[in-house]
Write a protein that binds this ligand. Structure first.
Ligand code: PXL
Length: 265
């Protein structure tokens, strides 16, 4: 049996199972990876909103990371909700020399609109972007990280190029929040080369956890040895199939159907 890629997710817990750590583990296992977690915050949450957040202490987030890396080790790391600026700083220090891929989803706001990072934590994102392989902002996050307008494909590409050059990182600007009939994502390499992924927007409103799912899918696919552009291509296919198979649970923006998706790596 081929050894599964070892994937560590550093992210928050979503009690409703649709986003965060829970979405990450579902994604990692469906893509043939071995999933581990360092939980940064616990949320009380459902498809209607976030009812409460309890951050885990930064030193204990790091303790979880150490426990995983000291023994089992990891081929790729996915970073999501951080919970505090100090956790961001400690994590950037610990992962500075990490040899595998680091996929950083700069989570600021939940799909329901709840704030998941305060301004100090967002300031702490810079150090993580410096050490990441890929950062995956949605349009509001890209605008917040660059201060640039993101109203057209040209503006989105320019903002992504600015961020990529500043932090020497690949940037996947995700267009799902754009609202048009097509969802256009732009992958920009640190040197500025761009690759555009353009698909029809899927019908149905169940998109809770899409960002978490995409970033952990890309991390797992890179852990399998896929090059970044192909990992992004396959990861987007995985998310789209999971949206198409959303089970329609809850009274609000519901979770994806991870359990039915089979995408070979
Ligand atoms: O999708 C952003 C996100 C990340 N992490 C946690 C979340 C959410 C959205 O709900 O709950 C824990």
């Amino acid at each position: 049996m081929k050894a599964p890629p070892r994937i560590l997710s550093v992210a928050g817990s979503d009690s409703s199972g649709g986003a965060g750590i829970q979405a990450d583990l579902k994604t990692i296992v469906m893509l043939g990876g071995y999933g581990m977690t360092a939980i940064t915050a616990v949320t009380a949450q459902n498809t209607l909103g976030v009812q409460g957040v309890e951050p885990i202490s930064p030193s204990f987030v790091l303790a979880q990371v150490e426990s995983c890396l000291d023994d089992i080790g990891a081929d790729a790391v996915k970073i999501g909700m951080l919970g505090s600026a100090e956790t961001a700083a400690l994590l950037a220090g610990r992962l500075d020399a990490f040899a595998g891929a680091i996929v950083f989803d700069p989570v600021m706001v939940a799909t329901s609109g709840a704030e998941l990072a305060d301004s100090a934590t967002v300031a702490g994102f810079a150090a993580l972007m410096d050490i990441a392989t890929l950062v995956t902002p949605n349009l509001p996050e890209l605008a917040a990280l660059t201060g640039a307008p993101v109203d057209s494909v040209d503006e989105i590409g320019a903002a992504a190029q600015e961020l990529a050059a500043k932090h020497d990182v690949s940037v996947l600007a995700k267009g799902g929040h754009g609202g048009g009939a097509r969802v256009i994502d732009i992958l920009v390499a640190p040197g500025g080369e761009a690759l555009v992924f353009d698909d029809a927007r899927l019908p149905g409103g169940h998109t809770h956890g899409t960002g978490c799912t995409l970033s952990s899918a890309i991390a797992t696919l890179m852990g399998h040895g896929q090059a970044l552009p192909h990992a992004v291509r396959l990861g987007r296919q995985f998310v789209r199939a999971a949206i198409e198979n959303a089970p329609g649970l809850g009274g609000g923006n519901g979770p994806l159907g991870h359990q039915v998706v089979r995408t070979p790596a």
